[in-house]
Design a protein around this ligand. Structure first.
Ligand code: F6R
Length: 647
């Protein structure tokens, strides 16, 4: 009975993994992970205060950004390397140490060349302290390590087959420095260093043994990319096996892991993740803190987290929601809506985690074919969620067709709504001109179906817009564009939106649709109402050239898009991330205000808040990681990495 109790207690106290390493730090991108690894190495050298520090070093693609970051830190902070001693893990056999593809050449070109001790650099690393094994010297390697060691910090990469150093699957846990045959996978994985010529990759190598590696006081394993995910999962969760040499690390008392999200991707399933070192946009301010996520939702902090993702001091804000976007990347939602998933995926790079595909004025038969293809749906980490459709038109004032085909504009409403659109299932927002004959009936009808109504492409007077907002119009679409201009005796929709803090209005802040002064004016008059939209066309993300908006030809020239052969602006080439940055710089609003104009405010407008648009507990874990310059560096959907700005 007592035995069962002990066993029960042991099981109860089991954490996520049977192996409980010193730490597993996951970063949104390999660039941030590499910086953090480099900082850890630099910190160790500095903390030794000029006394001897023995480093075990690795080569390979993983180490390239780590060494680049280390060089930068060492040079910027003038760190003294004169007492640093290094031992490399391994080296190819049967090639000269001076061979350009040798690990010795790798180490010098990626790290040592710029840090060597010289008459000009008394803080540099001394040649005689650099040790790299070779065919000629490997038999003395253990003796050398024993003389200077133990190794304070051993860096490790990992092979896809789970090798560490070149201790390949099958290597004994008791092995010491030796000559080995390289596994085929290892040779293939290294062929890119040899111009892709597998035949050139040596078949043998000299490597530290597993027991040698395990004698280091501290081990840091670094892995980037999806190709390492399986080896990492086995190393952390699998049982110790010679078939996966890295599992031997489970016997080491002080091993840490620095991974990017891709390398950690198989660890996260179903577990609680804690995002630390973040500057969170919460309660209308950016505050230091952490975010807990489980099963795609933000949860209250727990006493114990399973996995930790280090945001590295970056801003963490709710994902952007674009409520007006006509397409992008060669897909125009009014022409080829079946390609919407492609746009959904590409939008992740702009921090957009949800959107309303927007259909411009089309014919009744086109609506019937388009709308069923744009029904609300989610794509997990494969794309921004479709929250519904924005129907921009066709009930517009004929005077303000803008870039819509006049042939499809319907300047009055006098029949059943289905006659125009067919089924309204999934429609979230309709932009119309409220002053057209029958406009009031149309607004009431849409309202009664739970659809949000916006005023746009309209010549409405101030009084007309005021009475239609009383009826339920909840938004002015792309204020100033395609509507009667402000007149000092007839302020129209523009005047209504600028003086009524309760009237939200969308704005295309691309620096082309509106001049900076107009953007500033809007911000000063009604900051509360301003919502950013992209109004992007299929040309978004594509080079200059001819494209289409609905049925009309358009021309992209730089950032400007016109109806072909005219100076009529036809949608934009804007994305919401850029709009956030431009609003911040042009209107001189705070970062929080700029970010909320693309997240919290559109979410509230289309009534998906508090599920979206906030990082509050209970909300969807859709968020973006941003630099101080408000550049999106990573996008998460449901707490999982969906896009990152990688090396
Ligand atoms: C290199 C080494 C190897 C690599 C591993 C990962 O000194 O010992 O174990 O660390 O093969 O290589 P990359 O980083 O190129 O994927």
């Amino acid at each position: 009975m007592f035995r069962f109790l002990i066993l029960g207690m042991a099981l109860f106290s089991l954490r996520l993994f049977s192996f409980d390493p010193a730490s597993i730090s996951i970063f949104p991108s390999s660039a941030l992970a590499a910086e953090s690894a480099a900082q850890k190495i630099a910190d160790l050298i500095v903390s030794n205060g000029g006394k001897k520090t023995v480093l075990g070093l690795a080569t390979g693609s993983t180490m390239i950004p780590v060494y680049a970051a280390l060089k930068k830190i060492v040079q910027e902070q003038a760190i003294d390397l004169s007492e640093v001693v290094t031992f490399n893990l391994d080296e190819y056999s049967d090639i000269l140490p001076s061979h350009p593809q040798s690990f010795r050449s790798f180490m010098f070109s990626h790290l040592f060349d710029d840090l060597l001790y010289s008459s000009d650099n008394s803080l540099g690393i001394r040649q005689e302290n650099i040790h790299i094994p070779s065919d000629a010297t490997w038999t003395e390697y253990e003796g050398l390590i024993a003389k200077y060691g133990p190794i304070d910090l051993q860096l490790l990469g990992i092979g896809r087959n789970g090798h560490i150093g070149f201790a390949e699957p099958g290597t004994s846990i008791h092995s010491r420095t030796m000559v080995v045959n390289l596994a085929d996978t290892s040779r293939r994985d290294n062929a890119h260093f040899w111009n892709g010529d597998l035949e050139m990759v040596p078949k043998k190598a000299v490597t530290m043994g597993i027991e040698t590696i395990l004698e280091a006081k501290e081990i840091l394993l670094i892995a980037f990319g999806e190709s390492k995910a399986s080896a990492i999962a086995k190393t952390l969760r699998g049982s110790i096996s010679e078939q996966v040499p890295a599992t031997a690390l489970q016997t080491h008392p002080n091993t840490s892991f620095i991974l990017d999200e891709e390398a950690a991707s198989l660890l996260k399933n179903g577990y609680t993740t804690r995002f630390i070192n973040a500057r969170l946009l919460l309660d209308h301010e950016i505050q230091e803190g952490e975010l807990w996520v489980s099963k795609g939702k933000i949860i209250p902090p727990q006493s114990q987290g399973d996995l930790v993702v280090d945001i590295h001091g970056k801003i963490l804000a709710p994902g952007f929601i674009d409520i007006q976007i006509n397409g992008g990347f060669g897909c125009d939602f009014s022409r080829n809506p079946e390609k919407v998933d492609l746009v959904a995926r590409e939008l992740l790079q702009f921090g957009v985690t949800a959107f309303l595909p927007t259909v411009i004025s089309s014919s009744p038969s086109q609506y019937r074919s388009i709308l069923p293809k744009l029904r609300p749906r989610t794509f997990g980490t494969k794309g921004a969620a479709i929250l519904g459709v924005h129907l921009e038109g066709p009930f517009f004032s004929s005077s303000y067709a803008g870039a819509h085909n006049p042939q499809f504009i319907v300047p009055s409403f006098n029949s059943a709504i289905e006659t125009t659109y067919g089924d309204l299932q999934g429609v979230k927002l309709v932009t119309l001109a409220p002053e057209i004959p029958g406009g009031a009936d149309l607004i009431k009808l849409l309202e009664s179906r739970g659809i949000l109504v916006a005023a746009g492409h309209s010549a409405a007077t101030f009084d007309q817009i005021r009475s239609s907002t009383a009826m339920g119009i909840g938004l002015a679409t792309h204020l100033f564009n395609a509507m009667s201009p402000y007149h000092h005796r007839n302020p129209g929709i523009v005047g209504a939106a600028l003086i009524d803090p309760q009237l939200p209005y969308s704005l295309i802040v691309d620096g082309i649709h509106l001049c900076p002064e107009t953007i500033s004016l809007c911000w000063r008059c009604n900051p509360n109402g301003l919502i950013l939209i992209s109004d992007a066309t299929e040309a978004l993300g594509l080079p200059d050239g001819s494209y289409k908006l609905g049925t009309l030809e358009i021309e992209l020239q730089g950032d400007q898009i016109y109806l072909s052969g005219s100076r009529t602006i036809a949608g934009s080439n804007l994305n919401l991330n850029k709009a956030v940055r431009l609003l911040h710089s042009i209107a001189k609003c705070s970062k929080v205000e700029a970010l909320e104009a693309a997240s919290l405010k559109p979410a509230k407008l289309i009534k998906v808040h508090p599920q979206k648009g906030t990082l509050a507990i209970g909300s969807d874990a859709d968020f973006v990681v941003l630099s101080d310059e408000l550049q999106v560096e990573a996008t998460y959907v449901g707490g999982e990495l969906a896009w990152n700005l990688n090396l």
